[in-house]
Write a protein that binds this ligand. Sequence first.
Ligand SMILES: Nc1nc2c(ncn2[C@@H]2O[C@H](COP(=O)(O)OP(=O)(O)OP(=O)(O)O)[C@@H](O)[C@H]2O)c(=O)[nH]1
Ligand SMILES: [Mg+2]
Length: 359
Amino acid sequence: MQIGFVGLQYSGKTSLFNTLSKSASHALVQKEEATIEVVKVPDERLDNLTKIFNPKKQINATIEVFDIPGLRMSEDNKVKITSTFLNSVRNNDALFYIIRAFNEESVPHPMNRVDPFQDIKFLETEFLLSDLAFLETRIEKLKKEVQKSKDEKLKREIPVLEKCYAHCEKEQPLRSLILDENDLKLLSGYQLLTLKPLAIAINYDESSIPIVDEEIITINSQIGNSFATIIPFFAKIELELSQMGQEDQSVFMQDYGIKESALSKILRTSYELLGLHSFFTVGEDECRAWTIKKNFNAQQAAGVIHTDFFNRFIRAEVVHFNDFIIHGSFNKCKEAGAWRLEGKEYIVKDGDILNIRHN
Ligand SMILES: Nc1nc2c(ncn2[C@@H]2O[C@H](COP(=O)(O)OP(=O)(O)OP(=O)(O)O)[C@@H](O)[C@H]2O)c(=O)[nH]1
Ligand SMILES: [Mg+2]
């Protein structure tokens, strides 16, 4: 799963990116000019399991974060979207607009303003235009092809694309269009930008901390029904925060009145946007968190561990993390009836500890 940081130049994308990478793993991959990093998802439950099982290693779930260079002013004094930029944006499962709300004279804004709402609108409009242009071309091309080939499968695409086009024409992002599973499947290859799950992360000054909740309410009402989650963060102080030990961090956050770190907000929001959650496997060798879609059944979850586990699935032994902590061991869980054998249709819950029986 990959999330992308998208925005105008100097909005704080790399600063935020660095707060994530400082506090996490360091598998740094350079891709063209943009940077991708594999970020460990912190999970206290997994830390607890590691304390109990004392395995050789702990493996956290990971998520890939893509820091895309921002849009800048070109020679003709306009901020223009480039195809390199759009291609970088397309490559993500979910987008985070990183929006500037901090004032800093030494850092220019490409349009000489500090106005979060206008910046959000700018990005939304550009992405809508990109989707519109794509849909228009695609519909035209499909119609010609269908006329020639009479291909029924291609023919079925046309009304779905036309529905999308009409929605974009009303200046509404595709995220807000009701689409069924078939529509979504058909559209999935197209990487439409306004269909991607979206969060808007706004970068405030530390002096704005006391008024940030109000600010977010205002911006929420300004953007209306755009189906995006808005989260505030404070790049400058959070960078300091990410370099501290855990205890200092909590003292520091309390002093500043920061309720949750940017890292935690970004990862939590990513899981929500993408409809993900975690299950665990435990043992002497490793305690590990695995990421799955919320509707995955036991067999699909087993397949995330290993394709053989999917193919040769028999049953899953299941104990929920909370029960495990209450009872203290698998045997005690069995005695208490908190240990279960589930078949492949069982929908795995967030925090389940699984052991897959296979042949
Ligand atoms: N005062 C202040 N400065 C900030 C804040 N966030 C970022 N900056 C500064 O703004 C400048 C740009 O920050 P970056 O994080 O590099 O911005 P970016 O979005 O990655 O920029 P591009 O990659 O060029 O698109 C740096 O000098 C930062 O130190 C903030 O919250 N407050
Ligand atoms: Mg940057």
